[in-house]
Design a protein around this ligand. Sequence first.
Ligand code: HEM
Length: 395
Amino acid sequence: MAAQVFPLDHTGRSLREDIAALQSLGPAVKVALPDGITAWSVTKHEQLKKLSEDGRLSRDAQQHWPGLPDVPEGWPLAPFLISPTVLNAYGSERHRLRKIMEEAFTPARLDVLRENLRHRVPRLLGSLGAPGSLVDIRAEYAQVIACETLCDLFGVPQAQWPDAVAAMRNLLSPAEEADQASAQLESAMSYLGALLSGKRDLPGEDMATTLAQADMTDEERVLALAVTIAGGVPATTELITNAACNMLRHPEQLAAVRSGETTWSAVVEETLRFDAPVQHMPLRYAVEDIDLGEGTVIRQGDPVLMGFGAGGRDPQAHGDTADVFDVHRPNKEHVAFGHGVHYCIGASLGRIEASVALQALFASFPHMELAEPDQGLRPLPTFLFNGKAQLPVRL
Ligand code: HEM
C-alpha cells in the first residue's frame, strides 16, 4: 500500500498545526515538499535524536539521493543540497571540513567575540531611538547583531563592516530577478574571496585566517564562510527576535528575569525549545533501509526532512504544557541546534549573542512594549524558519 503523503503547508502559516498532526501520525510521515517532491518528515524529539546519530543517514545528495536529477531548476530547497561544505559532506570528507571549521570557534575566540559584542551594543542601542520611538527590533537590532558578530568572527577590518554586511545581505536575500540575483551572488562571493586572500598577507586571530591557512581548496574556503553566514545570520536574528517577543508577551516572566529569580540564558533556552528558529532542516538521505518500527521503513535513497523545531514541542518530551512558553520549566530540552555529527557549529556563539543582546536591550528600555497587539508579527513566509517578518516595539 502506498504511504499517505501529508500536504505540508510551505507558506509557514500552519507550521504549528502541521507539526501537531505529524507528531500524532507516527515515527516518520511522508510529506509533500515544493514541486511535489516527497520526503519523510521526522518531528518527535527522541526520533530526531536517534536518527541524527544514525550513520545510515547522509547529507550528500550527489552520493545518496537518486532523486537529485529530477529536482527542477530553481527548486526552493536547492541551495541546501549540493555545495561542497560541511553541511552536505559525508564520512571522512565531513570530518575533514568540520575539523577545520571548529578551529574558528575555540572558547578563547568566543570570549573575545562576547566582550567585543558587549562593547558594541551600547552604541547600537543608542542609535535605535529615544524611549517612546517606534522601532522594528528584528531589522534594526537583532539582524545587525547577527551580521556584525560574523564580521568580527571572520576578522573583517572594522572600516569594511558595511561592505561585509552588504555582501551577507546579498547572499541571504537575492533579488527575484535572475540576472540581478546572480550578480549579487557573484559580488558576495568575490567579497569573501578577497577577504580570504587578504589574510594571507595580514593574518589575524579569526575565521578567515583559519580557513586561509587550512589544507582546503579556495572554493571550499569561500563556501565555508558562505555556509557560516547562511547558518548564522537568519537563525540568530530569529532567536533574538523570538525571545524578545516572548518576553514582551509575558511581563511576569520578564519581571522574574529582572529580579534575578531566573536568567537570560533560561529565556534563550526556553525560546529555543518553544520557538526554535530552524523548524525544518533539509535534507538527509537513507544510505540503506532504516526500520523505525510501527510499520515505518525509510527506504534506501529516500530523502528525510528533520523537524528539529518540532522536537521541543513534543508532548512525549514535555507533557501537556509543551505548547506553553514558561521560562521556569525545569526541563527545557530541545534539538533546536540539531544533534549528532552535524550539530550546529555556532551554537555557543548564538547563545552568547542572544543573551548579551537581550540583557542589554531590556536594561536600556525598561518600558518597551509591543507596538500594537500583533502588528507586524506575521510569520516568515516559509516552513523552514520560524520567526516574524518584523518585531515593531515602542521603546
Ligand atoms: C542562534 C541560533 C542558531 C540556531 C537555532 C541554529 C540551528 C542550526 C541547526 C538546526 C543546524 C542543523 C544541524 C543538523 O543538521 O543536525 C545548524 C547547523 C549549522 N549552523 Fe547553526 N544555528 C544557530 C546559530 C548559528 C551560528 C551563530 C552559526 C555560525 C556562526 C551557525 C552555523 C552553522 C553551521 C556552519 C551549520 C552546519 C553544521 C554541519 O552541518 O556540520 N549556526 N544550525
